[in-house]
Design a protein around this ligand. Structure first.
Ligand SMILES: Cc1ncc(C[n+]2csc(CCOP(=O)(O)OP(=O)(O)O)c2C)c(N)n1
Length: 666
């Protein structure tokens, strides 16, 4: 523990800090909304970061060896937009003037893909810290996998700025513990410790010793004056230079809203309240009357900085070219990862399961992920202390750890929420494909991260096993009934609940071929029969399409049974009992089926046949869309029971008899 106190500030950086304050005040004033406290309180640190310490090149925002900067405290978005603008990224002055307006590129909270230089979608507090840990894993693994004795392609740092709000969130705490344990010394957290949150001074809700807390987690902690540029610069530089197996935190003491004396240092400074003092503040800061002022000197300073950074970038490009020539296979692997390339025949590269294979879909999932991992070296996976149950361990691929950063299995510990946010970080970085596993019933523990992956269009794969009351003896705490449907309502999330091993192969293919959003694979704990009477391709492609005919009617179509996962077998049994006129549709994915052409959808569920019964061991609401008003849905509208799985299914009415009776009643 130490507190650096050296003085002396560069005039250019000080001027830039003042002007960045002005930009934040004017942008928030213009739209009468937003958050001023952080951009004002962190202005000096912003100047050091973007004017000096961070390695990036605005001409190539995705430079593979750039330092990643993640603003976890996303409410302070004007901090990021202001500094990215000054640093030379393609964020125009018009965009700053249009802060928070439609399609401006400067949304209320930073959104991935909307603004160059924005590395992650942040705003839900704590998520960015988890993302940063994911970026750090990605950086460590990239360095281990791709650097060679002759060439260093990756040696960047991950820097995240977070406030008290992020620090208080459980997701950040889980991620911090993971990072300390994992020795992620490429990670630097700047904790904007301004003693203010939204409602009140932070002493109303926290009183811990931050340095001791971080040190206990295996971090190197240092308290700095966030307004003293020399002090901050020195601490940051030291943090960057020390590869000592510890992530670093700079606990930066700052005054929230510094620059608007009417509110500075109080919780009123957190939001937009200070903006009404814009004119006085500008005067007090020594800025001209004119709003959105950036001086010629500041422009020149950053032009010079960009020229320097360009040289660094070009030097790296030369190293990269030499590396590429010397290591064509490694280069192809890296490029495939970055381009999110997936073998177009991935589905066919997964070996077929033998006839009579009898296993749970989680078991089949384990076989499939090991097969696809051979085809896609960019795939990494992890589990929240359930590898033994979720079955997604990659055999022979090693564990990601401080002494083995090339490992492909990530032991997240019992930290589901961080697992979600970390997977997002890996996916934002875009070098590796991330997947993570736990029991389906705990999907709610990471739901905020799933929501963000869906919003940001990240192709993360979630492996959720133990998918229904079929779990059995563990009882209702472990038996999801509402969880699958709960996931299905998240926009841009594909939920796939395969019925047998070949459907599981189709589900994995669908998840990996997808680039623009996440997929949840919903797998059983209990064994399911293999639908051996159907060709392998029918089941795999049918799953890819979301639904297909698993049993065709013979003669005129009388009724359609629709089911997913383990209930497809129940529907098939019922159909056999009901006779030739009954079709069974296996529908592993609502979302994927809904994206098919109207012709395909009508081919599978002909409008002419309104006698339909849907069955799934969970809440029924979403199935009515397919069953139709003249149909029936058999499901479970209550929590489960502690008993053997078959008994629970029977007790709760998930039986072929119930299905057959429903059809007969229609
Ligand atoms: C998960 C979550 N809960 C609540 C909020 C609403 N919120 C936004 S900022 C904030 C206070 C954050 O305090 P701090 O990190 O100290 O920010 P500062 O006041 O320093 O800007 C709250 C409660 C949020 N964005 N995310």
């Amino acid at each position: 523990m130490s507190t650096a106190t050296t003085g002396g500030e560069s005039e250019a950086l000080q001027r830039a800090a003042t002007e960045a304050r002005g930009l934040a005040i004017d942008a928030v004033h213009a739209c009468s909304s937003g958050h001023l406290g952080l951009p004002l309180g962190c202005a000096e640190m912003g100047a050091v970061l973007f004017g000096e310490a961070l390695r990036f090149y605005p001409g190539a925002p995705k430079w593979l060896n750039r330092d990643r900067f993640i603003l976890s405290a996303g409410h302070g978005s004007m901090f990021l937009y202001g500094w990215l603008h000054l640093a030379g990224y393609e964020i125009s002055m018009e965009a700053l003037k249009d802060f928070r307006q439609l399609h401006s590129g400067t949304p209320g909270h930073p959104e991935f893909g909307e603004t160059p230089g924005v590395e992650a979608t942040t705003g839900p507090l704590g998520q960015g810290v988890g993302n940063a840990v994911g970026f750090a894993i990605s950086g460590k693994r990239a360095a281990a996998r791709f650097n060679t004795a002759g060439h260093v392609i990756f040696d960047h740092h991950v820097v995240t700025l977070a406030g008290d709000g992020c620090m208080q969130e459980g997701v950040a705490r889980e991620a911090l513990a993971f990072a300390g344990h994992g020795g992620l010394d490429n990670l630097i957290l700047i904790y904007d410790c301004n003693e203010v949150t939204l409602d009140a001074m932070s002493d109303v809700t926290q009183s811990e010793d931050a340095e001791k807390y971080f040190e206990a987690l295996g971090w190197e902690a240092r308290t700095v004056d966030g307004h003293d540029m020399a002090c901050f610069r020195e601490a940051l530089q030291a943090a960057k230079e020390r590869d000592n197996g510890k992530p670093k935190v700079l606990i930066a003491k700052t005054v929230v809203g510094k620059g608007i004396p009417e509110v500075a240092g109080t919780s009123a400074a957190h939001g937009e309240a200070g903006a009404k003092f814009a004119a006085e503040a500008r005067r007090g800061l020594g800025l001209p009357e004119e709003a959105f002022h950036v001086s010629r000197e500041t422009r020149d300073f950053f032009a010079g900085r960009v020229a320097e950074l360009r040289k660094e970038f070009e030097a790296w490009e030369a190293t990269y070219a030499a590396w590429e020539q010397a290591n064509p296979e490694l280069a192809a692997e890296l490029q495939a990862g970055v381009a999110k390339m997936v073998p177009s025949d991935l589905m066919d590269r997964i070996p077929e399961f033998p006839d009579g294979y009898l296993n749970a879909t989680r078991g089949a999932g384990g076989v499939v992920i090991n097969a696809v991992a051979q085809e896609m070296p960019q795939l990494v996976t992890g589990s929240a202390d359930l590898f033994g149950s979720t079955k997604n361990y990659l055999a022979g691929e090693g564990d990601f750890a401080r002494d083995n950063p090339a490992g492909r299995n990530i032991w997240f510990g019992i930290r589901e929420h961080a697992m979600g946010a970390i997977c997002n970080g890996i996916a934002y970085d875009g070098i590796f494909r991330a997947s993570g596993a736990t029991f389906l019933v705990f999907a709610d523990y990471l739901r905020p991260a799933i929501r963000l992956a869906s919003l940001a269009g990240l192709p993360v794969v979630y492996i959720f096993t133990h998918d229904s009351v079929g779990v059995g003896e563990d009882g209702p705490t472990h038996q999801p009934v509402e969880t699958v449907s709960g996931l299905r309502v998240i926009p841009n999330l594909d939920v796939i609940r395969p019925a047998d091993p070949e459907e599981t192969a189709g589900a994995w293919t669908a998840a990996l071929m997808r680039h623009d959003g996440p997929t949840a694979l919903i797998l059983t704990r209990q064994k399911v029969p293999t639908m051996g009477e159907l060709p392998v391709r029918t089941r795999r492609e049918g799953t890819y399409k979301g639904a297909y005919v698993a049993r065709a009617e013979k003669g005129p179509l009388e009724a359609v049974l629709i089911a997913s996962g383990s209930e497809v077998a129940v529907a098939l049994e019922a159909a056999r009992e009901l006779g030739d006129g009954v079709r069974v549709v296996s529908m592993p994915s609502h979302e994927r089926f809904d994206r098919q052409s109207p012709e395909y959808r009508d081919q599978i569920l002909p409008a002419s046949c309104t006698k339909r019964v849907a069955i799934e061991a969970g809440v029924t609401g979403l199935w009515w869309k397919y069953a139709g008003p003249a149909g029936r849905v058999i499901g479970i509208e209550r929590f489960g029971l502690s008993a053997p799985g078959n008994t629970v299914m029977r007790e709760l009415g998930i039986t072929k008899e119930a299905v057959a009776a429903a059809v007969r009643e229609l």
